[in-house]
Design a protein around this ligand. Structure first.
Ligand code: 6PG
Length: 472
């Protein structure tokens, strides 16, 4: 029998769909799953594609079925399961074989695993895959980290299975080491911020302007035709238009407002803090999910403090245009923060991350896909040395035009008692960033007062101390 081009372990939703995608593109894929009954059902579901799939009941059978050097995708739950699979595979593989972790791993785990396998092999790639079930089946965005040589071995397969944007495939080798999983983590952090800011605008339309979900849906659908055009805006319109068959009410109105999170958004915020890079819109989005989870406490607080009644008038065309611009401004800052975190990680770990390429492979396939990412790609291509989107030639005029609208929306929301944490964070970031004379002189004075930490002077080199008056 013809040898398989690649192996795949883990036939959960993502793994099964990825295997079908690979088989559909004409590659032969050997598959294995810990629970073997799942292999049988998967083969039945595969239909005509089964002829390109080699079911393997054991890991030994899987490794024997693949042409050397053998690439094997792990699509198992991030964390311990990955370590267990690596430990089980290692004795069956040679130095030049390649384990590809395509789950949502923490890049620090990926670094650890890569370092552990560096001596003796096999090769290890940490690959971020975005696009959910649909993406895995018909074209995800694929972010590869690890050895470039190992990537070359699987490049034709990745090219074939990845999403396409105007003929270009949305996959790339982004750097050595944990680069791929780091970029995927930041993708998810940006995803959190994007979703949170959309939800904040929905909250304004619902709670200040009193619009029912069914009337908010066309607003988002309209915005999807403009500069906010993106998958997340598109699904927001679809979600808001959906009805609950059981109650006949809008579906969103019967969903409890308690958000889940699996950890990647939080990792983005943690890594941003560790690198000393402000990613406050992402942090606000993570915190907003955490606060949303405190449902009982929020209900009790509402009983005690109450919420102001909506004061705004009808959502006129002007109001909607301002909200659209405000969301655009917030989005620019959130993406700028995410890309700055990647630029800093790239410097810290010596990855040489191509920011333009990152944006380019996010234009299709992934959850944050949008035309906006095409503009970001171009902005970084034209200013490869700049890690800060806000200072690129393309984005300076965009944020300049949009931030007054963000300011208005945040100010009015604050007065109305409406929470807009991510939009506020984005505005505060812009305002602090564009102010050459900030207030950290006072922080430095306080630090020197209580701890003799020293400060720099504006008129002399070196470290200085103040002659502080004693407290009475
Ligand atoms: C993607 C998604 C995917 C997953 C998120 C959801 O890029 O395909 O980001 O990775 O849906 O991990 O994350 P939360 O459960 O934390 O919202």
């Amino acid at each position: 029998m013809k040898e398989a081009d690649i192996g795949l372990i883990g036939l959960g939703v993502m793994g099964a769909n990825l295997a079908l995608n690979i088989a559909e593109k004409g590659f032969r894929v050997a598959v294995h799953n810990r629970t073997t009954a799942r292999i049988d059902t998967f083969m039945r579901e595969a239909g005509g594609l089964a002829e390109n799939i080699v079911p393997c009941e054991t890991m030994e059978a899987l490794t024997e079925a693949i042409a050397r050097p053998r690439p094997i995708i792990l699509m198992v739950q991030a964390g311990e399961a990955v370590d267990q699979q690596i430990a089980a595979l290692r004795p069956l593989l040679a130095r030049e074989d390649i384990i590809i972790d395509a789950g949502n791993a923490n890049f620090r785990d990926t670094r650890r695993r890569m370092a552990a396998l560096a001596e003796g092999g096999p090769q290890f790639l940490g690959v971020g895959v975005s696009g959910g079930e649909e993406g895995a089946r018909h074209g995800p965005s694929i972010m590869v980290g690890g050895s470039a040589a190992a990537y070359r071995r699987i490049e034709p397969i990745l090219q074939a299975i990845a999403a396409r944007h105007e003929g270009e495939d949305c996959q790339a080798w982004l750097g050595p080491d944990g680069a791929g999983h780091f970029v995927k983590t930041i993708h998810n952090g940006i995803e959190y911020a994007d979703m949170q800011m959309i939800a904040e605008i929905y909250g304004i339309l619902r709670d200040a302007h009193g619009l029912p979900a069914g009337e908010i849906a066309p607003v988002f659908a309209g915005w999807n035709e403009g500069r906010l055009n993106s998958y997340l805006i598109e699904i927001t319109a679809a979600v808001l238009a959906a009805q609950d068959p059981a109650s006949g009410r809008p579906m969103v109105d019967v969903i409890l407002d308690r958000a889940g999170q699996k950890g990647t958004g939080r990792w983005s915020a943690i890594e941003a803090q560790t690198l000393g890079i402000p990613a406050t819109a992402i942090e606000a989005a993570v915190a907003a999910r955490s606060l949303s989870a405190m449902k009982e406490e929020r209900d009790a607080a509402q009983k005690r403090f109450g919420v102001p009644s909506p004061a705004a008038g009808p959502a006129s065309g002007d109001v909607l245009a301002i909200l659209e611009q405000a969301l655009f401004a917030g989005k620019i800052v959130a993406y700028a923060q995410g890309f700055s975190v990647m630029a800093a990680a790239s410097r810290e770990f010596g990855w040489n991350l191509p920011l333009g390429t990152v944006a380019r492979i996010w234009r299709a396939g992934c959850i944050i896909r949008s035309q906006f990412l095409g503009e970001i790609a171009e902005a970084f291509d034209n200013a490869p040395e700049t890690g800060n989107l806000l200072m690129t030639g393309a984005f300076m005029p965009l944020i300049e035009a949009a931030h007054p609208h963000l300011r208005r929306v945040v100010a009015r929301s604050a007065e109305a008692g409406l929470p807009v944490p991510a939009l506020s964070a984005a505005l505060a970031h812009f305002d602090q960033f564009r102010r050459g004379q900030g207030t950290a002189n006072l922080i430095q004075a306080q630090r020197d007062f209580f701890g003799a930490h020293g400060f720099e002077r504006i008129d002399a080199e070196g470290t200085h101390h103040g002659d502080w008056p004693p407290l009475r």
